[in-house]
Write a protein that binds this ligand. Structure first.
Ligand code: NAD
Length: 481
């Protein structure tokens, strides 16, 4: 594997003005490679290149079907390179190799979906009587800045890049410091499918330096950010200074309500995926289970069984789909999660299983279940972003909803029951951008996703996300005789 990785600015691979950063393999704790860091000047060059391409009309002026085919071809490029890309993703991020392959396939799916829709972004005509002809069109904003988190670096970039390109925007991507390497394939893909030089720029840099410079750049016209609440606030503040829109996707503390009439055996699968996929480093993770008193003990035994069935080891040693989990992204994130478990214990929660750092090199935390959690505890309110599930109890439907809605977040929620009325009423009342009934992570690239409350605003995924990347123009024509 290459040891030094560069930034891709205006169609050229370059070092950056801010030195280099070590990229660590969290599966071993060893150095994997070095990534060049962009500084403010590099960010400026990338934004100005994207601005120039936008002004030229080389992208926005293409017939949408042509642009859409290029977007789709980017997805196929990722699939053609899945073996090498998934391996690098696993080595830098820690996830099992089979999960990395799923991530690359998911990324390709975004390019397929939005590439397909490029030619469906149609305006409408508005009747104003016989003396006028009036219509709307949707135009790209121009330069889309996209600041990417480390948990799904490939899928998160694919999600915003595909929609932005399909609608004719040019892009500057700021990759995460912990997992910058896998984003190189987007630069290669954009070149391979023939996007003009400067249409897609991929750079890494420190958040407070390159990230801040990008979000405050006067030629950035729209911003997409996924990450923590404090950074989201900083980015929205910078965007406000330039009066540009942003989409913020800021994580959550999402809850599954499990009623006594739920299929408890089937719920084991929801626990497996909901909190242990990607070692729980998922913004929409099922980090709380709120279970009815009467089935608590049975469900608890089942959940502990799931946690204990998972083999935890370096992602690269997990090529095949199965009951396995990888490392967290870094020792820092692992230690933060372990500390949150200790703090929860100090507040009265009980560690039913896991909770400890593993005694092997790398950023490993045991799959963890905390019971006896009450809504007032810190662990019930703050995002761990790791493989840590908090279990709370309820006795009435009203109480379950109140607990579920009791955090400042509102990304997703789940309700598990065999009663349609109960599920529908819960779906109406849960304060969340997406509600899963009887399957955590039901939905797909087609379904809109985003937060209520501190989980952010704007929507990614689905047809709805396209409207984040375009602005409406109305043309009113007075007809003369
Ligand atoms: P972060 O929000 O600090 O970083 C995310 C991205 O923002 C990175 O690319 C970073 O370089 C950039 N950034 C940081 N400061 C910036 C600034 N001032 N201006 C512009 N860009 C900036 O997140 P983190 O430190 O990597 O993780 C901290 C916590 O964030 C996690 O523990 C987790 O709770 C949350 N998180 C959530 C998601 C999600 O999917 N919602 C993803 C990653 C992290």
């Amino acid at each position: 594997m290459k040891t030094c990785w560069q930034n891709y600015i205006d169609g050229t691979w370059i070092d950056g003005g801010a030195g280099w950063i070590d990229v660590i393999n969290p599966g071993t704790g060893e150095k994997l490679a070095e990534q060049a860091l962009a500084n403010e000047g590099d960010v400026d060059r990338a934004v100005m290149a994207a601005h120039r391409v936008h002004q030229s009309g080389a992208l926005s002026g293409l017939r949408p079907v042509v642009r859409g085919r290029m977007v789709q071809a980017m997805g196929r490029y990722l699939l053609d390179h899945i073996d090498e890309l998934a391996k690098v993703l696993t080595l830098e991020q820690g996830k099992p190799l089979w999960e990395a392959r799923i991530e690359v396939e998911g990324a390709a799916r975004y390019f397929e979906y939005y590439g397909n829709q490029a030619e469906t972004v149609e305006g409408r005509s508005i009747p104003l009587g016989k003396d006028y002809f009036d219509f709307t069109t949707y135009e790209p904003f121009g330069v889309s800045a996209q600041i990417i988190p480390w948990n799904y670096p490939v899928e998160m970039t694919a999600r915003s890049l595909s929609a932005a390109l399909a609608t004719g925007n040019t892009c500057v991507i700021k990759t995460p410091e912990l997992t910058p390497l896998s984003n190189a394939w987007f630069a290669q893909a954009s070149e391979a499918v023939g996007f003009p030089k400067g249409a897609v720029n991929i750079l890494c840099g420190l958040g407070h330096q390159a990230g801040a410079a990008l979000s405050a750049h006067p030629h950035v016209n729209q911003i997409v950010f996924t990450g923590s609440v404090p950074t989201g606030i900083a980015i929205a503040t910078a965007a406000a200074q330039n009066v540009v829109p942003c989409v913020l996707e800021l994580g959550g503390k999402s809850a599954a309500i499990v009623h006594k009439d739920a299929d408890l055996e089937a719920f084991e699968n929801d626990v497996r995926w909901g909190i242990y996929f990607n070692a729980g480093e998922v913004c929409s993770a099922m980090s709380r289970v709120i279970v009815h008193d009467s089935v608590h003990d049975e469900l608890f035994d089942r959940m502990v069984g799931v946690a204990q069935s998972l083999a935890v080891k370096p992602g690269i040693d997990q090529p095949e789909f199965g009951p396995t989990m990888g490392a967290m992204v870094s020792e820092g994130q692992r230690d933060r999660a372990a500390q949150m478990v200790s703090d929860a214990q100090a507040q009265g929660a009980i560690v039913a299983t896991g909770g400890r750092k593993m005694n092997i090199p790398g950023a490993f935390l045991e799959p963890t279940i905390l019971t006896g959690v009450t809504p007032d505890m810190t662990i019930a309110n703050e995002e761990v972003f790791g493989p840590v599930l908090s279990v709370l109890k309820f006795s009435t439907d009203e109480e379950a909803i109140k607990i579920a809605n009791g955090t400042p977040y509102g990304l997703v929620g789940g309700v598990f029951t065999s009663k349609l009325d109960r599920a529908t009423r819960a779906a109406q009342r849960l304060r969340a951008g997406q509600v899963f009934v009887n399957e955590w992570y039901a939905g797909g690239v087609e379904t809109p996703f985003g937060g209520y409350g501190k989980s952010g605003y704007g929507r990614e995924k689905g047809r709805e996300a396209l409207w984040n990347y375009v602005q409406t123009k109305n043309v009113a024509i007075k007809l003369r005789n």
